[in-house]
Design a protein around this ligand. Structure first.
Ligand code: MRS
Length: 382
């Protein structure tokens, strides 16, 4: 796999950093998640392919241990509030001095500098600060955060993974590591570059929810079908719009012009009525194989059995029977080979990993006994 041989230490976090770690693991990196001791269960639901070591970082020995792990690793990924790692003596100055090849990725909401740097927050706050949230939502309604996808995952975990890959690539030339300051505000904003850079085109000239791509246009929206499901319509270009009308059995001559914004409410009324006359399956049959840009809005239950997704094997089922998306993108020679085994329990690999990093059985036993590290069923001997 593309990242074979890359060793990553991921300090356990909430949602964005676990996603970043899972991407790296899916593509072949050896990712060790560092969990807290005495927590019992992990909240990480993106732990595919990771191993777990439980370390008490509130002990000097735990900190020393993490430093040793970082000495022999390529990447450390930390998701804490600004200053937390420095307070522990695990800041980039210390770790990069000991291992100048280390890539030190810091994934936070507001970044390492600026007046908000140390403030708590979540996806919705970062999205708000990126400017994007002000553009999301239907006309006349309040701004709406589309799950926690944009800041946590697109602008956060994924962007941070890209930073790590860039730093790994650059290291092949310089031999040096570096610090990555991944701010979810900036990552989300960057993901939204198109919106900024197309400001002068008239695409966004109207209030929220009244523009071409923000649910303002009737030919770029979703419609309810007679069975209470939905179809997604993205018929922007005139030639595709013509196919939409054909599928709906509507004559262009009987309707207002596609781009007549003042007539959009009327056009929407006509489309709404028409889509309500058939089931989702019936509309799928009408539009499949055309260029009308009309697709069913699939539920999680339906998505993997849709013929297109099934043909490509876009979703996988792990050994617990749980379905999830296959890693993307596909690399033809070195594709991801996601692990199908159950997620690691907290501390499940403590002993295995410490042995791999060169600790002796006596040293490991001592750390277990002192509560510096933990494994499930702590009391047992090596
Ligand atoms: C049963 C399963 C059910 C599954 C349900 C799963 C539910 C998941 C829900 C996910 C929701 C996701 C939401 C929408 C999100 O947006 S997540 C994104 C949140 N924001 C970030 O990640 C940005 C960066 N992080 C932060 O700003 C902050 O970490 C935070 C998220 C605001 C949380 O703040 P807070 O809890 O005060 O923690 P921090 O200041 O970061 O300090 C962390 C403290 O923990 C300690 N710590 C860490 N590791 C260890 C360890 N191994 N051993 C011992 N201690 C440890 C650190 O030393 C630090 O301690 P201290 O400095 O506070 O004393």
């Amino acid at each position: 796999m593309a990242l074979a041989g890359v060793r990553v230490i991921e300090l356990a976090g909430l949602a964005p950093a676990p996603f970043c770690g899972m991407i790296l693991a899916d593509f072949g990196a050896k990712v060790i998640r560092v969990d807290r001791t005495k927590v019992g269960v992990s909240l990480d639901r993106q732990a595919r392919g990771k191993r777990s070591v439980a370390i008490n970082l509130k002990s000097a020995a735990g900190v020393a241990l993490l430093r040793k792990l970082c000495l022999q690793s390529d990447v450390v990924l930390e998701p804490y509030r600004r200053g937390v790692m420095e307070k522990l003596g695990l800041g980039p100055n210390e770790l990069l001095k000991e291992n100048p090849r280390l890539i030190y990725a810091r994934l936070t909401g507001y970044g390492q500098t600026g007046s908000y740097a140390a403030a708590a927050g979540h996806d919705i706050n970062y999205l708000a600060m990126s400017g994007l949230l002000s553009r999301l939502g239907r006309s006349g309604e309040e701004p709406y955060a589309p799950l926690n996808l944009l800041a946590d995952f697109a602008g956060g975990g994924l962007t941070c993974a890209m930073g790590i890959l860039l730093a790994l690539l650059e290291r092949t030339r310089s031999g040096k590591g570096q610090v990555i300051d991944a701010s979810m505000v900036e990552g989300a904003a960057y993901t939204g570059s198109f919106v900024w850079k197309s400001q002068g085109t008239g695409l966004w000239g109207r209030p929220r929810g009244q523009n071409l791509l923000d649910s303002g246009a009737p030919f770029y929206d979703t419609y309810r079908t007679s069975d209470g499901r939905h179809m997604a319509v993205g018929a922007l270009e005139p030639q595709f719009y013509a196919q939409l009308l054909h599928g709906l059995e509507l004559a262009e001559a009987d309707l207002p012009a596609q781009m007549s914004v003042s007539d959009w409410p009327e056009l929407r009324r006509v489309f709404t009525e028409r889509f309500a006359s058939k089931t989702q399956a019936e509309w799928s049959e009408v539009f499949d194989g055309t260029d009308a840009c009309v697709t069913p809005v699939l539920s999680f239950d339906d998505v993997s059995s849709h013929p297109h997704n099934r043909d490509r094997g876009s979703f996988l089922r792990d050994r617990d029977g749980q379905e999830s998306p296959r890693p993307a993108p596909l690399l033809c020679r070195t594709p991801a080979r996601p692990c199908l085994a159950p997620d690691p329990a907290v501390g499940e690999h403590t002993v295995q990993v410490l042995q791999e990093y060169g600790f002796t059985a006596a040293e490991i036993e001592q750390m277990l006994a002192a509560g510096v590290v933990e494994r499930p069923g702590v009391a047992s001997k090596l």
